[in-house]
Design a protein around this ligand. Structure first.
Ligand code: TYD
Ligand code: MG
Length: 462
């Protein structure tokens, strides 16, 4: 008779305990332990046959590091430029990659397009636990890739997926999504911590044993992390996040972990009527259709990986009679705006109390860098005074509480990229003078150094 074992697993960190605890001793989260019953199968049962893969044994042979071939040729290039760029030149053979993102952001679309591109050269398999073959076909029609020979399987139980992978031994497989898969031996619901962990462990073994590149789609929790224990992120070779507002056409693919490349690169995509398209000119894509010579708008440069992207910041300051004016932001932190407005008042005497303030980063992008502080305040003052800022100007600088303009990181890269994209005028912190001296600037380039907010406003609006 098979015995069942009950363990309590922390949903945050994967810690296991034999009894229930209110607080996880490992990560300190309250009320995160859930009961999991593991059914121990009798010796005859063969349900975990994948654990005893024949090929596993010769993996343990001791080898010489010098004799290992370089992996350069072993990467599968999807020919989706931005995707390969984020991965460091394509998918490494036999790697396990986790792709997370909000529902509807375009994960399935991106992977179906990747599969379509890879199918010409490699054998592929698309495993869907969420959509029916007809739904997938409809998407493929929309992406105009329906004629491609993509093999697919709709299944949610781990054993049949493992079997299909071992039978077909594709070069590249997609599991959409890891949360929809269940391992029969574990009684918890699909998507629960123990299920996700067990299924990932099994897939990791298959990926390494058969040299199959497997991409797992992972759902994202309210807090923005990939649902499931953090150990999941440790198990896989690369963790990618697909970000973007559903209402906006731009999407960013970001690597937060990559064992085979840098995590510094981001890929930019545009969601179109017929799927995702790599953005050709990410540096200026966000400026499309920007108004020229109107008050309340200015340009700053933000760093995304090794790229610098130009963003337009818009501010609308509207007189209000209410005692509590509105402070509304999109793409920047509202608390940061409050602080910047306080600095503006204290150091330049410009009060925004009688105005509702709306500040927006266009294109649905988010700025987390403080390098945009000066540009935000410049747009605010431009709106209050109804004076446009020179639209050929890039404004950079962090604001300190005493009204000083502080240095920003990687100023050389931002200026050089701005120049490459056709901008010639820059307002930059005086503290960056030394860094800028190191780069050779064309004659037509004008750099204005400012050390105080007041000085910057005098320069912009005098
Ligand atoms: P999907 O790939 O299903 O998202 P996920 O797998 O991350 O949940 O993408 C769904 C969204 O993408 C949906 O709202 C419609 C939109 N979309 C397009 O705009 N164009 C397209 O060609 C496709 C296939 C989807
Ligand atoms: Mg999907």
């Amino acid at each position: 008779m098979a015995k069942n074992k009950t363990v309590y697993t922390c949903e945050e960190c994967g810690y296991e305990s034999s009894g229930w605890l209110g607080k996880c001793p490992s990560c300190g989260t309250w009320n995160s332990l859930v009961e999991t019953v593991i059914q121990k199968k009798s010796a005859k049962s063969n349900n975990r046959a994948w654990l005893a893969l024949d090929s596993v044994s010769d993996q343990h042979a001791v080898i010489n590091l010098a004799t290992i071939e370089n992996d350069v040729q072993k990467r599968l290039c999807s020919d989706i430029e931005e995707m390969d760029r984020v991965l460091g030149g394509g998918f490494v053979r036999g790697s396990l990659v986790l792709l997370g993102g909000d529902p509807g952001v375009g994960k399935s679309t991106l992977l179906l397009q990747t599969l379509a591109n890879l199918t010409a050269q490699y054998s592929t398999l698309y495993v869907s636990g969420e959509e029916s073959p007809t739904q997938i076909k409809m998407r493929a029609d929309r992406l105009q890739i329906a004629a491609k020979q993509i093999r697919m399987l709709t299944a949610t139980d781990f054993a049949s997926i493992a079997q299909a992978l071992q039978k077909h031994k594709p070069d590249f497989a997609v599991i959409d999504s890891i949360q929809s898969i269940y391992v029969e031996e574990i009684s918890a619901a699909p998507g629960s911590v123990s299920q996700v962990r067990e299924a990932t462990a099994g897939l990791l073994r298959i990926a390494k044993s058969f040299n199959i590149t497997i991409v797992l789609v992972g759902h994202v929790t309210k807090e923005g992390g990939i649902a499931g224990p953090r150990v999941l992120e440790h198990m896989v070779d690369a963790v990618l996040y697909f970000e973007g507002e559903k209402t906006n056409q731009y999407r960013i693919l970001r690597a937060v972990k990559n064992r085979f490349g840098t995590t510094n690169e981001v890929g930019m995509f545009e969601m179109t009527q017929s799927g995702l398209r790599s953005v050709d000119n990410p540096g200026t894509a966000m400026l499309e259709g920007r108004p020229l010579n109107v008050p309340g708008t200015t340009i700053t440069s933000t760093l995304e990986g090794t790229r610098s992207i130009l963003l337009e910041i818009q501010a609308l300051l509207n007189p209000t009679d209410f005692a509590q004016p509105i402070r509304n932001t999109q793409g920047i932190d509202r608390l940061r705006l409050n602080m910047l407005l306080a600095i503006l008042h204290k150091s330049c005497g410009i009060s925004v109390a009688p105005y509702d303030a709306y500040v927006n980063v266009t294109g649905g992008m988010k700025i987390i860098e403080t390098s945009a502080d000066l540009a935000i305040i410049a747009a605010v003052v431009s709106s209050i005074q109804d004076k446009p800022i020179d639209s050929d100007l890039i404004i950079l600088g962090e604001l300190g509480l005493t009204g000083e303009v502080r240095m920003v990181t990687a100023i050389e890269r931002r200026v050089l990229e701005g120049l490459r994209l056709g901008w010639k005028k820059f307002v930059v912190p005086a503290a960056c003078k030394r860094s800028i001296k190191n780069i050779s600037l064309p004659d037509a380039c004008e750099i204005f150094y400012v050390s105080l907010l007041k000085e910057a406003l005098d320069l912009l609006f005098s």
